[in-house]
Design a protein around this ligand. Structure first.
Ligand code: ZN
Length: 357
């Protein structure tokens, strides 16, 4: 998610340490990763418009605007509104499902389930077994959550669904712009929690978030990345936030085929900057200089985010106009892990994607 200044503060992938990956970077320098797409720096007219789109659409819950936090239990949403356009009756969710509710005061449980971010609270938490939601373990089960889960089941392929063992609906204060997260629940990355925030969120934004998180599940699971910690001397392959990507994995190939050496070098040089503000300023510059290569500024913050964000735009039918983005779309169309996915995403595509033209 992107704020007005073009910075990003979206946490959406859990307790992942940012790793430098010098080994991979060094290998890249020596071996010469060849970019399929030359860094032609073609700026297609209007491409700047794609920098903004979705995350700015996030509106703060009315109940907590102005900084006065309302303390109280999250209330159940109103009954379904009739007459909303629907696709197979699943999507979009009834408008009432997006109605903001008051946040309760964060508890120790909220902290434990949400990585200690005091701005966020758990609305509902559900165990997931074989793709089915169990009885809630936190909050009160809500019809809207069940409807949302049916959408997840319709869009996520079985291999991704099988990774999810917990579904958490959360909410947060206006200054917290986190919309979603996937987080491994064990050391071998075979069980994951999917966390989604949709109170006060536009349905098109929710659609993009759902597919973005799916992109992480498809590219960071143990069939793609070694769950072992990254070796001290770095990875021989692209280091995801989850460990070294496996040779031939979708992330390793994505980086090899769609990121130019110049981009790789620039990004890794920025990634070693420890000061958050300085790093963000450099990332903003990086995006401005290379906007033709990214679907939006959030994608430029991290290769894993680039993959997830590009995957979301592509899957939802966004038009990827520049040669660099077209190459990424071709890559996703051809890779077995993602080929055919737009068919599943069609359900959500009815809400539209940001106009990239
Ligand atoms: Zn992400």
């Amino acid at each position: 998610m992107i704020n007005e200044g073009g910075g990003s503060s979206r946490r959406d992938r859990g307790p992942i340490l940012r790793t430098v990956g010098t080994g991979w970077s060094t290998r890249a320098l020596i071996g010469g990763i060849t970019a399929v797409v030359a860094a032609a720096a073609l700026l297609i007219a209007g491409i700047g418009a794609l920098a903004v789109p979705r995350w700015n659409a996030f509106s703060a819950p009315a109940a907590i605007r102005g900084g006065a936090q309302v303390v109280g239990p999250a209330t159940a949403t109103a009954p379904d509104s009739a007459g909303a356009a629907s696709h197979n009756g699943l999507w979009p969710l009834p408008e009432a499902c997006f109605t903001p509710a008051a946040l309760h005061k964060p508890t120790a449980r909220d902290h434990a389930l949400l990585d200690g971010d005091s701005r966020e609270v758990v609305v509902t938490a559900y165990p997931v077994r074989r793709g089915n939601l169990g009885a809630e373990t936190a909050g009160h089960g809500r019809t809207c959550d069940s409807k949302l889960w049916k959408v997840v089941r319709a869009v996520y392929p079985a291999k991704a669904l099988a990774l999810i063992d917990r579904f958490i609906v959360f909410d947060g204060t206006p200054d917290d712009d986190t919309l979603g997260e996937v987080r491994p629940d064990n050391a071998v990355d075979t069980r994951w929690t999917l966390l989604i925030r949709y109170s006060g969120v536009a349905d098109s934004t929710l659609a993009l978030t759902l597919v973005h998180e799916l992109g992480h599940l498809l590219s960071l699971n143990p069939s793609q990345a070694d769950p072992a910690p990254e070796p001290a001397d770095g990875c021989d392959t692209y280091p995801t936030g989850m460990g070294c990507s496996l040779p031939g994995s979708i992330m390793d190939e994505y980086m090899t085929q769609t990121w130019s050496q110049r981009l790789v070098d620039q990004w890794f040089a920025i990634d070693v900057v420890n000061d958050d503000k300085a790093r963000q300023a450099k990332l903003d510059d990086f995006y401005r200089q290379n906007s033709a290569s990214f679907v939006d500024s959030y994608a430029a913050t991290d290769p894993d985010e680039d993959f997830a964000e590009t995957f979301a735009y592509w899957c939802l039918g966004g038009t990827l106009l520049t040669p660099q983005l077209a190459a990424k779309a071709t890559f996703l169309t051809e890779r077995p892990e993602t080929a055919g996915m737009p068919k599943l995403c069609q359900l959500l595509a009815s809400s539209g994607v940001p106009d990239l033209s």
